[in-house]
Write a protein that binds this ligand. Sequence first.
Ligand SMILES: O[C@H]1[C@H](O)[C@@H](O)[C@H](O)[C@@H](O)[C@H]1O
Ligand SMILES: [Fe+2]
Ligand SMILES: [Fe+2]
Length: 306
Amino acid sequence: MPGLTRGRLLDDMSDAIDEVNVIKYEPTSEDTQAGEDWKSEATFDATKDKAQFRQYEDACDRVKSFYREQHEKQTVEYNLKARENFKKTTRARMSVWEAIEYLNTLIDESDPDTSVSQIGHLLQTAEAIRRDGKPEWMQVTGLVHDLGKLLHFFGSEGQWDVVGDTFVVGCQYSDKIIYPETFVNNPDYNDPVYSTKYGIYKPNCGMDNVMLSWGHDEYLYSVLKDQSSLPEEGLAMIRYHSFYPWHRENAYSHLMNEKDQKTLEAVRAFNPYDLYSKSDEPSEVEALRPYYQSLIDKFFPPVINW
Ligand SMILES: O[C@H]1[C@H](O)[C@@H](O)[C@H](O)[C@@H](O)[C@H]1O
Ligand SMILES: [Fe+2]
Ligand SMILES: [Fe+2]
């Protein structure tokens, strides 16, 4: 055909392949129900004392300068742009396990508590949930919960828009966020609307309707809500796991609606496994892989559009 260059042809082909592979994922009703057995208290043995985690005052300069930068740059304007960019394109097409391996080279600058690799942290989280006899959907949620950090390889501006704790933008910054004094250099800090208690939000509008600082939680939630059969509790664990000002410090109750009580319960049930499973013991990746691959096959399509 005249005018059909090789480049065009390849483009057309990959569009067609996309269409073939993007078969709408149809979960069976049985795997989307969370049941009740995720609610029991976490009892797994942590290797360190709980008080040793999240010691931000004593953290190294890498962590402090990470948050200084994040708190200066996460503006409403940036957050709107990040969400718009997210919708524009598919950044990669990979299976869940490929994504786990791909992420492994990232060293998280915001984390004062672990020196193991990202695979190590994902497996430690999932294994702690499994040891406590929690349901498969929760184990696999633990396995994938930080895969949103892949954003770092997809043209993020740094780590400040990928990792770290999250907070609400568009209203007054809560003093329950770590290093709250570092917001003074954020242009929104003095904005006549964004600096007020409610800012752009209505009282009790619900966490679904607030804009959380963009990063791995919001990104992964957006990717998986249509490409997994995780129950809503699992998706909430992913979306809010870094929202410590909310799930640990009880901030933002004036923005919560009734449904958020249940969401918060799920996020809190997940947190001990994410935080207190962190240890410097390496995991037996290859030995654990077949078990987790079988869970991945149950809850995710073979290839995910990232
Ligand atoms: O440093 C950590 C890390 O980036 C985690 O993945 C995130 O979920 C936490 O909130 C944060 O404190
Ligand atoms: Fe995380
Ligand atoms: Fe994590």
